[in-house]
Ligand binder design. Structure first.
Ligand code: IMP
Length: 183
C-alpha cells in the first residue's frame, strides 16, 4: 500500500502537539479579551473546520458556532480573486459579537469580502482569529486580530487546509512540496 501522505509530497511545518499548544495560548488570550461575553464563532469553510473545532473546545466561554462557506480558489493553488458564498449563516447576526475563524489569510481578498458582508449585516463587533497568516502575499489590508502562526510564501496543507480538496485530514500543518496526483 502506498504511504499517505506520500513522504516526498509534503514537509511538516507544525506538528499536532505544537498546534495544540498554540491553540491553548490563543484560547487564553481570547478568554481574557471576551471575558463576560458570548461571542459567535464564525467558522469559514471549508479550511477552518478542524481549527474551529479545536479552538471552540479550548475556549472557556459560552460560544455559539456558525459556519460560512466560501470559495475563493479554483482547484489549484492560485487565488482567482473572486469570492463566492457556498453556505450562508443560519441565524441573523445583528448586534452580535463575532469572531471569524479562518484557516489562512493569504492575499486578504476573502477576508475583506467576509468582513464587509458581516458588518453590512449589522454585527456589533467583528474580530478575526486566523490559524495562519501569510503577510508576504497580501494584496489588500485586512485586520487579523489573533494569529496562530506566521508563514512564508509556502503552500500549506493539512489540519483542514487542502490542495484541490486533498490533504485536509492530515493531523499536522505541512508545506506542499509536490502537487497531489490528479490536480
Ligand atoms: P486569500 O483570499 O488569498 O486570503 O485566501 C484565503 C483562502 O485561500 C484561505 O481561506 C484558504 O482557503 C485558501 N488558501 C490560501 N493560501 C492557502 C494555502 O497555503 N493552503 C491552502 N489554502 C490556502
Amino acid at each position: 500500500m502506498r504511504e499517505y501522505p506520500p513522504p516526498e509530497a509534503v514537509r511538516t511545518l507544525y506538528s499536532p502537539a505544537t498546534i495544540a499548544a498554540r491553540i491553548s495560548e490563543l484560547a487564553q488570550e481570547l478568554a481574557r479579551d471576551y471575558e463576560g461575553k458570548a461571542p459567535i464563532l464564525v467558522s469559514v469553510l471549508k479550511g477552518s473546520f478542524v481549527f474551529a473545532a479545536d479552538l471552540a473546545r479550548a475556549l472557556p466561554l459560552p460560544v455559539r458556532v456558525e459556519f460560512l462557506g466560501v470559495r475563493s480558489y479554483g482547484s489549484g493553488t492560485v487565488s482567482t480573486g473572486a469570492v463566492q458564498i457556498t453556505q450562508d449563516l443560519t441565524h441573523p447576526i445583528e448586534g452580535q459579537e463575532l469572531l471569524v475563524v479562518e484557516d489562512i489569510v493569504d492575499t486578504g481578498l476573502t477576508l475583506a469580502y467576509i468582513l464587509s458582508l458581516l458588518k453590512a449585516r449589522g454585527a456589533a463587533s467583528v474580530r478575526v482569529c486566523a490559524l495562519l497568516d501569510k503577510p508576504s502575499r497580501r494584496r489588500v489590508e485586512v485586520p487579523v486580530d489573533y494569529v496562530g502562526f506566521t508563514v512564508g510564501d509556502a503552500f500549506v496543507v493539512g489540519y483542514g487546509l487542502d490542495c484541490a480538496e486533498q490533504y485536509r485530514n492530515l493531523p499536522a500543518l505541512c508545506e506542499l512540496v509536490e502537487l497531489p496526483q490528479g490536480s
